[in-house]
Design a protein around this ligand. Structure first.
Ligand code: ZN
Length: 200
């Protein structure tokens, strides 16, 4: 009972956060409605059990090819809070889970990044993208949705192209590697690319 109440409060708080973050003076009614809808979706996601299996987010890569770099030391006393999945520039980055896009944007470390919120309110962070797929904040994604393409933007500039994949729970970053699973498609059929389409 208490857990449900906490989930509800967290959900409402995140809904308010989404609304406040995005409230511009000239927000149109339609835009406001879509923000409200995203808030409701997020609230609903908080009530669900987090995904225990994450589908490999880089096309053509298998779990056994990922060298574990979780908590490897990084510049400035940082620890590596994710996994690096190496692939050629332009390789499709596919959502590891169902969820909703909560952020598409650039930052100093991550370069071009996409963040997806999934079940349990977990945030899946896809960084160093070369380019984005044609998606917007609030779009629903599935493990078939192309989010962008592998690159080396941000602090990966000049280095080998790879996806930095991060998973954030309420208590902090989780190691994505034990949760990753190989895609059925890799062995059985080519993956359809629908990244250019709206996927609600
Ligand atoms: Zn990384």
């Amino acid at each position: 009972m208490r857990k449900k109440l906490i989930q509800l409060i967290v959900g409402i708080a995140s809904l308010i956060a989404v609304l406040v973050n995005h409230s511009a003076i000239s927000v149109g009614a339609e835009e406001a409605a879509s923000k409200l809808l995203l808030g409701i979706h997020i609230t609903e996601l908080y009530g669900r059990v987090p995904d225990q299996n994450l589908e490999m987010p880089v096309q053509g890569v298998t779990k056994s090819q990922v060298a574990d770099t979780w908590h490897a030391p990084r510049e400035g006393d940082r620890l590596h809070e994710g996994q690096d999945i190496f692939a050629k520039r332009g390789t499709p980055v596919i959502s590891a889970t169902d969820g909703y896009i909560v952020r598409i944007g650039e930052n100093h470390l991550g370069g071009h990044t996409v963040s997806v919120i999934g079940a349990g309110g977990r945030i899946y962070y896809y960084a160093h993208l070369d380019a984005y797929a044609n998606l917007a904040v609030g779009d629903y994604v599935t493990p078939q949705t192309v989010l962008g393409y592998v690159g080396n933007t941000g602090n990966a500039t000049g280095g080998p192209t790879h996806l930095h994949f991060g998973v954030y729970a309420s208590g902090g970053a989780l190691n994505p590697l034990p949760l990753l699973v190989d895609r059925f498609e890799e062995k059985n059929q080519p993956l359809k690319h629908d990244g250019g389409m709206k996927n609600r």
